[in-house]
Design a protein around this ligand. Structure first.
Ligand code: TXA
Ligand code: MG
Length: 347
């Protein structure tokens, strides 16, 4: 893997149109700009320039067989870069711009090094106004993986991006904390309103079903794959989201989880990931995940909490409740079982 040279990184805290025009120049010249989106921050590069994508892989330390999502200003532009099917338009009408990525057969103008050599390309139309305006100004598709070092949780604030990417990219644009906090939902359409869900996100299975789609979950969404099994999204096979500390998920009713956590009340080497309305929230080693009934708050704080444990070397173990799989709960479930290396204690 190519190691990036340390480069000067300009950080723009309050991007103006002029700043976005400078970001555009960087991107059109093959540079890398960290961009806020409504899901997580992205590491943007011009998807049409063959020499741009390798810089993104180098900045992240990411294996080059793991393909990038291309980001467009409007769904209609997908026709320029992919063979678009009828189901794409149905999905686009319902969920774009927004946190949905659709896998389509790619056209030749997208270099193979953007798609990890695959014949397909992942397409997303972000709704964040800074991402949207920048892509519109560039008038090219912007390839962007999440703006984290490979293996770490995705970045949801500009501080996270600075932590991982300063010295590795040309520019970092601040856009405030990410609205959603988990990466986009990824689907593979098969025609006739049939989809496989490759990665769960804020566009939920229930929302897709409401639009008339029948949804099959790729096995990698809910289970550890056996040796030799391949997920449909190559990135789902990598260790991901895990802090250095061991994460253990507790599965059971709220009372059993609270009883189990009670045994570690104020333990200095254990972090308790708890809902803010739980009595355990009073412990000195409690880290608040949002209210128990607010999956949106939990989605927004999860990566920040997982990243924060790496700044506390005294924490050796993290105990957390296993969420249910309803709505965006499935996305939380997926990120948490990966962070825990699939360690679940049934109570
Ligand atoms: O919310 C998001 O999707 C963020 C923001 C920046 O847009 N991006 C993001 O990108 O999460 P990344 O690269 O961290 O994750 C993209 C996932 C990976 O698991 C990758 O393997 C999968 O999408 N992927 C990309 N292209 C694919 C393709 N052609 N077929 C199957 N999976 C694909
Ligand atoms: Mg990622």
């Amino acid at each position: 893997m190519i190691q990036p040279q340390l480069i000067a990184t300009e950080i723009v805290y309050d991007p103006t149109e002029d700043d976005l025009l400078r970001a555009k120049e960087i991107l059109l010249n093959g540079g890398v700009v960290a961009i806020p989106t409504e899901t997580v921050y992205g590491l943007g590069a011009n998807a049409l320039l063959e020499h741009a994508a390798p810089k993104v892989y180098a900045a992240k330390g990411r294996p080059s067989d793991n393909p990038l999502i291309i980001h467009l200003a409007k769904a209609e532009d997908a026709e320029k870069y992919a063979n678009v099917c009828e189901d794409f338009y149905v999905l686009a009408k319902a969920f774009m711009p927004g946190p949905l990525t659709v896998i389509l057969p790619k056209k030749d103008c997208i270099p193979a090094n953007v798609t990890g050599g695959l014949a397909s390309v992942a397409i997303r139309v972000p709704s964040h106004p800074i991402a949207h305006r920048l892509i519109e100004l560039c008038d090219v598709p912007i390839a962007a993986p999440s703006a984290n070092l490979s293996g770490r949780p995705s970045t949801t604030t500009v501080q996270h991006v600075i932590e991982d990417m300063q010295g590795r990219v040309d520019m970092i644009l601040n856009g405030g904390p990410s609205d959603i906090g988990l990466e986009s939902t990824i689907v593979l359409p098969h025609g006739n309103r049939q989809l496989t869900l490759l990665r769960p996100g804020a566009v939920t299975v229930e929302m897709l079903e409401e639009e008339g789609f029948s949804v099959t979950l790729d096995k990698a969404v809910t289970q550890r794959l056996q040796a030799g099994e391949q997920p449909l999204a190559p990135g789902m096979k990598y260790r991901h989201y895990a802090p250095t500390a061991e994460v253990v998920l507790l599965s059971g009713d709220q009372e059993s989880i609270e009883n189990a956590m009670q045994c570690y009340w104020n333990a200095p080497d254990v972090a308790l990931l708890v809902y803010s309305d739980s009595p355990i929230a009073q412990a000195s080693n409690a880290y608040l995940l949002g209210e128990s009934q607010r999956r949106d708050q939990q989605a927004k704080t999860l990566f920040d909490l997982l990243r924060s444990f790496d700044n506390h070397p005294e924490i050796k173990r993290v105990l957390a409740p296993l969420p249910d799989r309803k709505g965006i709960g499935l996305a939380l479930f997926n990120r948490m079982i990966k962070a825990a290396g699939y360690q679940i204690v049934e109570l």
